[in-house]
Design a protein around this ligand. Structure first.
Ligand SMILES: C[S@@+](CC[C@H](N)C(=O)[O-])C[C@H]1O[C@@H](n2cnc3c(N)ncnc32)[C@H](O)[C@@H]1O
Length: 456
């Protein structure tokens, strides 16, 4: 059959590849389809047609696989947040491991001990942070506050009940949305950059049960949100509202950016406890979004790192120094390197909070800053952002020749690319474990233990 762009076909999803891209075959030609479920029959439009493979977009799901379940979230079909709610959680886990192991196999990485996937402690209500956006669902339509519609840049679907966040988020969301409508405040239009209301960010600490609410607007008008703060304080919540902030953000990019904020109630941070340590989380600092899952992840890192007693450890790409502090309890000395200055400021505050005195934090690019540390490492932990470790930094890391390294990755694709270079330089993948921090999405965290076989 001769396939054409724009053609509409009925296909069966045979398998998926990372990150959850459905694979269908039509006369030996592979069609890759986003957000498809294995075992489903779908109607697709061919969007790209190359010699080696084609790409398609789902127009309609004709038949779900037998084991599929009714999503408990009323928005799951259109919300860009979760795409896997029809798949039973156990099957989601099997799919994630299959996809990651296939990446390893395709990269020729063999001979390691695969130690399975750790479940998220909570299947639902696991998020400690949600970012909701003000906008509208259709051009010229009324204001909505919620999540981006799947695959759409401008459309915001109103969220009544988000199931990956607890019910307090939904109660606050409704109260803020009602208030803004009542006051007839205009939302910010991403097309012409006009308007006022941009985002609502809610953070929660699981162990302390604290909530921090942050409303983000442009400076195109002025509004005093104190009355909203009073209304939020009257809500019946399971957690305690400890702070309400109003942040200014005129940036043209569609991201929550802090261009100055005022505290309208309480304080500008929450405190979370992870593995017995305290972490002050400000409105903008990076923190793993699944607090209970983060405990599992960090425990795997500790286990893989092994005996750090009396050793010098480098924690590269350390963020707010969470892993750094967890590991510092055993190590003699630990150095954390991180690009973002605010993250290091937060890390330093947390170190004080926990009375830790064997950590040195360094702000800057790993590739630049490594050479400034005189004391050489005995062990290295790497937790880079999605693009992985750059070539220059990776070479410097390899050159230390440490006996063991632990690599934590949120992107298995770039992980295997880095691992290939490390293997070529004399390292071996010893153990690998996955930790599911993001149920109902395509994402997964990988932890890998590498040993130096060249210097043995
Ligand atoms: C996955 S996060 C690390 C998270 C941290 N280990 C934790 O568990 O909270 C990756 C971090 O790398 C930082 N980063 C990105 N590029 C960097 C670079 N070139 N040098 C140093 N840090 C970088 C990011 O700012 C981010 O905080």
């Amino acid at each position: 059959m001769y396939m054409k762009r724009g053609q509409i076909l009925e296909v069966f999803i045979e398998d998926t590849k990372y990150p959850s891209i459905g694979i269908a075959k039509v006369e030996n030609k592979t069609i890759e389809i986003k957000n498809a479920i294995v075992g489903a029959k779908v109607l697709v439009r061919i969007t790209k047609n190359r010699k080696e493979k084609a790409e398609g977009k789902i127009l309609e799901v004709l038949q779900y696989p037998e084991e599929s379940i009714e999503p408990i979230c009323p928005h799951s079909e259109e919300c860009g947040g979760c795409s896997h709610q029809r798949i039973p959680y156990e099957t989601q886990l099997r799919q994630k491991e299959r996809e990651v192991l296939k990446l390893f196999e395709d990269a020729g990485i063999k001979g390691f001990k695969y130690e399975g996937i750790e479940k998220s402690p909570l299947e639902f209500e696991y998020r400690n942070k949600m970012e909701f956006t003000f906008g509208n669902l259709t051009k010229g339509g009324e204001m909505t506050l919620g999540m981006h519609q799947s695959g759409k840049f401008y459309n915001i679907i109103p969220i009544e009940q988000c199931k990956i966040a607890d019910n307090d988020y939904n109660i606050i969301l409704r109260a803020v949305s009602d208030y803004c409508r009542r006051k007839e405040l205009p939302f910010y239009n991403k097309m012409n950059h006009e308007g006022y209301l941009r985002y609502l960010v809610i953070r929660k600490s699981f162990r302390r049960k604290e909530l921090l609410v942050n409303i983000i607007t442009t400076t195109q008008m002025e509004h005093d949100f104190t009355e909203l703060a009073d209304e939020l304080l009257k809500l019946e919540l399971d957690n305690t509202l400890v702070g309400f902030l109003h942040t200014k953000n005129d940036s043209l990019s569609d991201t929550v950016k802090n261009e100055g904020y005022s505290v309208l109630y309480g304080r500008d941070y929450i405190v979370e406890e992870i593995l017995g340590l305290q972490f002050k989380i400000s409105a903008f600092s990076f923190f793993q979004t699944n607090s209970l899952g983060a405990e599992k992840l960090y425990s795997v890192v500790q286990d893989y790192l092994g005996d750090a007693e009396g050793k010098v450890v480098y924690d590269l790409y350390c963020g707010t120094g969470t892993i750094t502090q967890v590991v510092s309890q055993k190590a003699d000395k630990i150095y954390g390197i991180e690009l973002i200055e605010e993250a290091i400021e937060a890390a330093k505050e947390n170190v004080k909070l926990n009375n830790i005195d064997n950590i040195e934090f360094i702000v800057g690019d790993v590739g630049e800053k490594l050479k400034e540390i005189e004391e050489k490492p005995d062990l290295i932990i790497i937790d880079p952002p999605r693009p992985g470790v750059g070539k220059k930094a990776l070479q410097q890391i390899i050159d230390y020749g440490v006996p063991q390294m632990v690599y934590v990755s949120c992107n298995p694709k770039t992980l295997v690319e880095n691992l290939k270079d490390m293997i070529e330089a004399g390292y071996k993948v010893e153990r690998m474990k996955l930790v599911d921090m993001f149920p109902h999405t395509a994402h997964v965290e990988c932890v890998v233990l590498m040993t130096n076989v060249k210097n043995k």
